[in-house]
Write a protein that binds this ligand. Structure first.
Ligand SMILES: [Zn+2]
Ligand SMILES: [Zn+2]
Length: 135
């Protein structure tokens, strides 16, 4: 077990998380498209207690949509940092895009592929694909 660090675009929020992640998932759902500005979110699943906010706790905001889990972002730059219900959930989805060192792992599952955009192409990466969430 080792720790890696992550940060938002403006650098106001920095955190550390224990790796390896429990799962690595790309979510293609409509919510993740809205919040990411791209095809969706790619996240590593971690135990919430294994995430430490190093600086910028006061910049964090959590949005609870009507459907799905709470998403947490930096209120200064808008970077999406965590999903899955942080800080109250048992597990948190840590956005791979926030990690300071390039993530060397691979996507294990593509979820919510029913929400693929017409302009979006799934990679032939051998990962599992699920119409909605993984069983
Ligand atoms: Zn920021
Ligand atoms: Zn999603």
């Amino acid at each position: 077990m080792t720790e890696v660090t992550g940060s938002c675009l403006c650098g106001g929020v920095r955190f550390a998380v224990t790796v390896p992640f429990i799962v690595v998932t790309a979510c293609h759902c409509a919510s993740c498209k809205k919040l990411s500005g791209g095809v969706g979110t790619s996240s590593g699943g971690a135990r919430t207690e294994d995430i430490r906010i190093l600086v910028g706790h006061e910049l964090l905001r959590t949005y609870q949509p009507d459907e799905g889990s709470a998403k947490t972002f930096c209120s200064r730059c808008g970077s999406n940092l965590f999903g899955g219900g942080w800080p109250e959930s048992e597990r948190t989805s840590v956005r791979l895009t926030t990690l300071d060192e390039p993530f060397e792992g691979r996507i294990g599952s593509h979820i919510f592929v029913r929400s693929l955009a017409p302009w979006e192409v799934l990679p032939e990466d051998g990962a599992n694909r699920y119409e909605v969430r993984a069983p």
